[in-house]
Write a protein that binds this ligand. Structure first.
Ligand code: TYD
Ligand code: MG
Length: 461
């Protein structure tokens, strides 16, 4: 069985190559190729437990003859996760939950069997039975810790895992994590590219043939090096990714791929002393706790996926003490901040080049919606003048290079959310095509460019 043949894999995109290359020709990343032995498919005596025959016997069917009834779904007991999946998990699907270490993947995956009461096989290669028990006790304050339906299995050999799963036939299987599992059919160490691929492929085969949905956990590191989730994205049905600053309490679970529902949906959680708590109305958590009246804060009406989200943008502008001015942004692209500062300098005549500028998105959020531009500019100017913005106003607009304010997608939904939260005014682009009635109690302030915004906000400053 010891064949010396090896292949090179890109740890970023999973591309295969017969020889080493400094740069992956598929994704263009440098230094991402790693060597891994090729598994001999026919030699895989260990995988005979998987009935590949039933799928071999399949025949093509006419499109019009396919049953159109909805996919059945199973609830995972956490409404926000169900919503993210498109209304529950689909039997026989393989769902990958990725995220950095310590973000809460194991916590979430243990909360699911406790909250849903599904007969679950929870396989862990990372923790001992006692550790899982201790965690379950921690989570137990409002759930049932003695859930009889949850079976804990500490095992890393995937053949044994699948054997047990075939025997038990649970309603749900959870595997924590793909990096710790290994198969006998591949000779490399657990966590290597070929192991990860094969383990995922075996779990996929199990899910498809048995109809048991499988939740697979995968680690990603900050620099994205650890092979795994990226490579698996092609194989699995659904990819959910955990995001958030480790220091902050908020975690965002984002759907990146979903064969059974829409992507770019998010669910927000708060990490508490006893587990993750779903935040059904994230905006309410992210808008200021203080009375209006502090300078440097502006409320931004963004859209994350299809979900409107209002939160506070904070800026601090101060004279640079040392020669060069510092620019630092948390949760926002620093290059974009530099661009906005350059626009303020060139188009509105603010000399910020000798000032330090610090920017922060509340709650440890990472924001990529261009609609945040307007709030960033408003917060920077507010701090610069040390003049607070009215607490009942919020902002949604993209700023262009010539200082013009551009309309953003789905302004109506942002306005509706702002109105729901009691905002009286929302600053938007003059070019926003608004049709239909505005919700009660909110007015739009239309601004065409940065000077118009400055005039509107600070004319009596
Ligand atoms: P964990 O789920 O182990 O992360 P992952 O599996 O993604 O590596 O969660 C780790 C962090 O969460 C850890 O630092 C402790 C914290 N935590 C809480 O704050 N409250 C809790 O109830 C639990 C179980 C964990
Ligand atoms: Mg873990």
């Amino acid at each position: 069985m010891a064949t010396a043949k090896t292949l090179w894999y890109c740890t970023n995109c999973g591309n295969e190559s017969p020889k080493w290359m400094g740069r992956c020709p598929a994704c263009g990343e440098w230094n991402t190729m790693v060597e891994a032995p090729v598994e001999k498919k026919s030699a895989g005596s260990g995988s005979k437990g998987l009935s590949a025959k039933s799928s071999d016997a399949r025949k093509p069917v006419r499109l019009k003859e396919i049953d159109r009834s909805k996919e059945p779904r199973m609830s995972l007991g956490l409404p926000e996760v169900d919503r993210l999946l498109g209304g529950g998990i689909v039997p026989g699907s393989l769902v990958l939950v990725g995220g950095e270490p310590g973000i809460g993947k194991s916590t979430l995956s243990l909360q699911i069997p406790l909250a849903s009461g599904l007969r679950t096989l929870y396989v862990t290669g990372e923790e001992s039975e006692r550790q899982v028990k201790m965690r379950a006790d921690r989570l137990s304050s409002d759930r049932n810790p003695d859930n009889e339906q949850t079976l804990i299995f500490t095992e890393t050999r995937i053949e044994s895992v699948i054997e047990q799963a075939e025997a038990i036939r649970p309603e749900l299987m959870i595997v924590d994590s793909v990096q710790t599992m290994f198969t006998d059919t591949v000779e490399s160490t657990p966590g290597s590219v070929s192991q990860i691929k094969e383990v995922a492929a075996m779990l996929l085969r199990f899910a498809k043939t048995s109809g048991v949905p499988v939740l697979l956990i995968g680690h990603i590191t900050k620099d994205g090096y650890i092979a795994g989730p990226k490579i698996l994205e092609h194989i699995v049905d659904v990819v959910l990714q955990f995001e958030g600053e480790n220091r902050g309490a908020y975690r965002i679970l984002r759907s990146i791929k979903n064969r059974f529902g829409s992507t770019s949906e998010i669910a927000v959680f708060e990490m508490t002393g006893n587990g993750l708590r779903e935040v059904a109305n994230p905006s309410e958590m992210l808008i200021p706790m203080h009375e209006a009246g502090l300078s440097g804060a502006a409320i931004c009406a963004t859209l994350d996926g299809t979900r409107p989200l209002l939160f506070e943008v904070q800026a601090l502008v101060s004279s640079a003490v040392y020669g060069t001015a510092q620019r630092s942004a948390t949760g926002f692209d620093t290059r974009r901040l530099n661009m906005l500062l350059a626009v303020l300098e060139k188009r509105a005549g603010f000399h910020l080049s000798a000032k330090d500028v610090f920017l922060n998105m509340a709650g440890g959020l990472k924001v990529s919606d261009p609609a945040a531009d307007l709030a960033v500019i408003a917060a920077v100017l507010s701090s610069n003048f040390d003049y607070s913005l009215p607490g009942d106003s919020c902002f949604a607009g993209e700023v262009g290079l010539s200082g013009e304010i551009r309309p953003v997608a789905q302004t109506d939904r942002r306005i509706a959310e702002a109105a729901r939260l009691g905002f009286k005014r929302i600053y938007v682009s003059s070019f926003t095509p608004l049709t239909g009635e505005l919700p009660k109690g909110i007015k739009t302030v239309k601004v065409a460019d940065v000077p118009a915004l400055v005039k509107s906000l600070f004319s009596n400053a």
